[in-house]
Write a protein that binds this ligand. Structure first.
Ligand SMILES: Nc1ncnc2c1ncn2[C@@H]1O[C@H](COP(=O)(O)OP(=O)(O)O)[C@@H](O)[C@H]1O
Ligand SMILES: [Mg+2]
Length: 406
């Protein structure tokens, strides 16, 4: 089994997928823009061969170089786990005649408008929305939908340039800030709780499923620096509201023609019990969500994903033992981390439930919280009881404080 894997060392969690592929017996042919000599030690043992390309983002150039590099060599799979490369992988599969999801299918997981159209056509609930590329179109759409609305880029990520708008006055204030965005989606604001639906699929059938809740909703977490965003996996998937979300999610996978691999979907649960589709990708969630799933079930999804891809088999238990919560911390002040308060007391109190603590150490420079969800580091804690997991997350959010100064 030869697997061509795009960007095997960046972002860093790609090293884990590379390991997974090697562990299930694949020879991994890596393609990335990291120079071969700069590849991390950790990934080297798992790579059978490596091609460095000038830019991983230059699809045409990458494909030409890969073809030349492979020569007559046969590959069985071509995979990417990083959102910006899933279409490149599909293009390569088509050009090299390798089995897997087609370009058109992957596009349904990448183009947010097309995705919503396909999901809606299958009779599933999506937000009422319009595409707009001029200010007039935005204003017309806002009035058709009625406030409150959401305006966000068609090709957005990480809640960037996303606004909740309550009235005309706010709309006119926000319009100038959107001038650099070529095309936006103007949507009904769906009020409610926000969840993920994550799977590993084999030929479209989920062999592993996960649901996690965002606390608070991502848009709120991404606009208020003082908040410590929390994401908690839900161990009990058998509650009515979660079941409704899973049914929606399975419908979405069918509507979009999912093949084999990871999916990461977001959905809303409204107070009236309605579930609404948000968005989906045919790759895993970022920001350590796969680690959280692993801690939830005490399994190794990096390896099981690889087994699914290579051998169409999934061999880990799907039991859910814990609710695993990740708490992202943001230091107060700018510059260098000078102090961390409350961490020792927290470790003493909850030690046995802490899976990992990866806060930036004293002396490190703060990360830009707008650009990375991971912010100034994180903790993952877990507990068999939902309330206890939530309680521990809450205490970590309020009682652990990081301070920075220049
Ligand atoms: N129609 C909507 N109703 C309510 N909230 C929304 C809506 N669209 C987006 N949001 C909020 O903005 C966040 C980011 O939007 P999303 O569609 O997930 O794009 P991305 O995560 O790629 O930036 C969501 O997690 C949600 O909190
Ligand atoms: Mg999102």
């Amino acid at each position: 089994m030869q697997v061509l894997f795009l960007s095997p060392a960046y972002p860093p969690e790609m090293i884990e997928y590379t390991r997974g592929l090697a562990e299930v017996g694949a020879r991994v042919l890596g393609v990335g823009d990291t120079p071969a000599h700069a590849l991390p030690e950790k990934v080297r043992p798992y790579l059978s061969d490596y091609l460095q390309v000038p830019s991983i983002m230059n699809e045409g150039d990458l494909i030409a170089r890969v073809k030349q590099w492979l020569g007559g060599r046969h590959v069985d799979r071509i995979e990417a786990q990083w959102e910006i490369l899933v279409l490149t992988a599909a293009r390569l599969r088509e050009q090299l005649g390798v089995a897997g999801m087609s370009y058109n299918t992957v596009l349904g997981f990448r183009d947010k408008q097309l995705m919503k159209e396909r999901v809606e056509r299958a009779g599933l609930r999506v937000p009422y929305a319009f595409r707009a590329s001029t200010e007039k179109d935005v204003i017309d759409a806002a009035h058709l939908i009625g406030f409150p609305i959401i305006i966000k880029p068609i090709a957005g990520a990480g809640s960037a340039d996303t606004y909740r708008i309550q009235n005309d006055e706010e709309l006119h204030r926000v319009l100038p800030a959107l001038r650099h965005v070529p095309e936006v989606s103007v949507e009904e604001f769906v009020d409610g709780e926000e969840f993920t639906f994550d799977t590993v699929c084999i030929d479209g059938e989920p062999v592993y499923m996960n649901v996690a809740q965002y606390l608070p909703r991502p848009l709120i977490a991404r606009t208020n620096e003082w908040i410590s965003p929390v994401i908690v996996t839900v161990s009990d998937l058998n509650q009515p509201k979660i079941r409704a979300g899973i049914e929606l999610g399975k419908g979405v996978l069918k509507a979009l023609g999912m093949g084999t691999g990871f999916t990461h979907m977001e959905w809303y649960y409204k107070p009236n019990g309605e579930v609404v589709f948000g968005e989906i990708g045919c790759r895993p969630g970022g920001a350590h969500l796969v680690d959280q799933m692993n801690y939830t079930s005490d399994i190794d999804l990096f390896r099981e994903w690889a087994r699914a891809v290579c051998h169409k088999h999934f061999s880990a238990p799907t039991r859910r033992l814990y609710n695993a919560a990740i708490i992202f911390k943001r230091a107060q002040g700018e510059g260098t981390i000078r102090a961390i308060h409350g961490l020792d007391a927290y470790k003493q109190r909850f030690g046995q439930w802490i899976c990992t603590e990866q806060l930036l150490p004293i002396g490190a420079h703060r990360r830009n919280w707008k650009q990375t969800l991971v912010s100034d580091g994180f903790l993952i804690v877990r507990h068999p009881r939902w309330e206890d997991a939530l309680h521990m997350a809450d205490i970590a959010a309020t009682d652990i404080q990081m301070y920075a100064s220049r």
